[in-house]
Each structure stands twice: as structure tokens, then as C-alpha cells.
Design a protein around this ligand. Structure first.
Ligand code: ACO
Length: 219
């Protein structure tokens, strides 16, 4: 396996990879936001904007050139959550509203910018490994390389909206702290039906953060 940055020439391959792999993500799966091998324009627009920041990492099968996994990383700045909440008003999709309504509400309440006195946060947005390669430590390697990129670019705080137990495990291994834990089962609609019927063992969404060391070099 080889790890490295994602050139623009591979963006389409990343999207194809995500169409196969990301529908398994517990929160999306619980509301039916994306489906196996089908385009999901609302998510893919967001993925491409993130890729264009140039902070993402891929794992490549060196024999076949196939993308085995990705970490899509972007920057979250003060005011972005409010802007996203405003944009959501124009999007007529219940699954989208449910997923991003939850993520935005929790992040707005946490206000990590004030809490940590930072104006930008390194946001590991998407962690995805092809089902063929899962359970072999690829996510951990993608996380560790993302953290290095964050440090190299001078970010002081790294954040993950960890919607899957396995991602939470990865974050814990690398010393991330849980700022907020949300139990999916606590959210019910007006008829008392679960809004996020996630599959076991994915019972919580956790916002996890890590303070990053200041750069040591003199340049
Ligand atoms: N059962 C139990 N534990 C598991 C499993 C499993 N099926 N898969 C991974 N884990 C645990 C591992 O044991 C490991 O913990 P450990 O260090 O205590 O042993 C930890 O999770 C990470 O293991 P990796 O092998 O590095 O993870 P992997 O490469 O399999 O990728 C991932 C994990 C990315 C979550 C993958 O399952 C996936 O792509 N799922 C679908 C998409 C998804 O849910 N993405 C995360 C959403 S949150 C976000 O994107 C920020």
C-alpha cells in the first residue's frame, strides 16, 4: 500500500471510491442519504470542494493503482457553520437536512473557535476505506498522515465528526478527546419514530478534537 496526496487527476476515482464505500457510513445509512454505487450530488459537491483544498490523503494499492481508502480533509473557519445553516434552507432533501442539521447544530453549540481561541480548524471530514481493505489499519494510517499534514500547515486544532464507532476508535488511538457524545437513539420525530436508526455498534456520534503542537522549524 502506498499513501500520498490526491492529485486532481484522481478526483473522479475518489468519487467512484466513495460511491462504493461511503454509503456504509452509519449516519448517512440511517437516513438514506447515499446508496451503493449511485451518485449523491449533495455530498459529492462537498467532497470536491474539500479535495480542492489539497489537504487530503489516499491509500493506493501499488499493484493495481486502485484507491483503497481516503481521508478528505478541509478547513473549518469561523462563520462557516452559520453559512452552512443558511445554505441548508435552500436544500430540499430530508436526509440531507437530518445529517447536516445534526452536525451543524452540535458544532454551533460547541463553538470550538472560542473555546480553543483559534480562527481555523483542520477538519477530517471523510474517512473511507474500501470494504476489501477494512480492518487492516488503513484508516489509522490515513489518520496519522492527515495529522502530520495539519501540523505541517500550522493548524493548532484538529477535529473529527466521528459518526462511526470505528472512527471513534481510530481517534482515541491517536489521543483525540471527546467534546460531545450524541446518542442517535435519543432523536425521535413527531411520531416517536427514531430519526437516526443506525446499525449496531454505531450508537453514538462524537465530536472529537486534538490540540496540535506548534511547528518547531524556523522557516
Ligand atoms: N469490527 C470491529 N472493530 C473494527 C471493525 C469492525 N468491523 N473495523 C474497524 N474496527 C476497529 C479496529 O479494530 C481498529 O481499532 P483497534 O485499534 O482498537 O484495533 C479501528 O476500528 C480502526 O481500524 P482500521 O483497520 O484502521 O479501520 P479501517 O481501515 O477498516 O477503516 C472505516 C475504518 C474508515 C470506518 C471503514 O470501516 C469505512 O470506510 N466505513 C464506511 C464509511 C465510514 O463509516 N466512515 C467513517 C465515518 S466518520 C468520518 O468520516 C469522519
Amino acid at each position: 500500500m502506498e499513501y500520498g496526496p490526491i492529485p486532481a487527476s484522481r478526483y473522479d476515482d475518489v468519487i467512484s471510491h466513495l460511491r462504493k464505500s461511503f454509503p456504509d457510513e452509519p449516519l448517512n445509512a440511517s437516513v438514506g442519504l447515499s446508496f451503493y454505487n449511485q451518485p449523491c450530488p449533495l455530498l459529492e459537491k462537498y467532497d470536491l470542494i474539500t479535495l480542492q483544498e489539497g489537504l487530503s490523503v489516499m491509500a493506493l494499492n501499488t499493484e493495481t493503482g486502485e484507491i483503497a481508502g481516503v481521508a478528505l480533509n478541509g478547513t473549518c473557519r469561523k462563520g462557516d457553520i452559520e453559512e452552512s445553516l443558511e445554505n441548508m434552507k435552500t436544500i430540499d432533501s430530508v436526509p440531507y437536512q437530518r445529517v447536516f442539521g445534526l452536525l451543524n447544530a452540535v458544532n454551533k453549540e460547541l463553538d470550538l473557535f472560542t473555546r480553543y481561541n483559534v480562527d481555523k480548524i483542520f477538519d477530517l471530514r471523510i474517512l473511507s476505506v474500501d470494504s476489501k481493505y477494512r480492518g487492516k489499519g488503513l484508516a489509522k494510517e490515513l489518520f496519522s498522515r492527515s495529522e502530520l499534514i495539519a501540523e505541517e500547515h500550522g493548524y493548532k486544532l484538529m477535529k473529527v465528526d466521528a459518526t462511526s464507532l470505528f472512527t471513534q476508535r481510530v481517534c482515541e488511538v491517536f489521543g483525540m478527546e471527546t467534546m460531545k457524545a450524541i446518542r442517535y437513539g435519543d432523536y425521535k420525530d413527531e411520531n416517536g419514530k427514531k430519526m437516526y436508526p443506525t446499525k449496531s455498534p454505531h450508537d453514538f456520534y462524537k465530536v472529537m478534537v486534538k490540540k496540535l503542537p506548534a511547528r518547531k522549524d524556523n522557516d
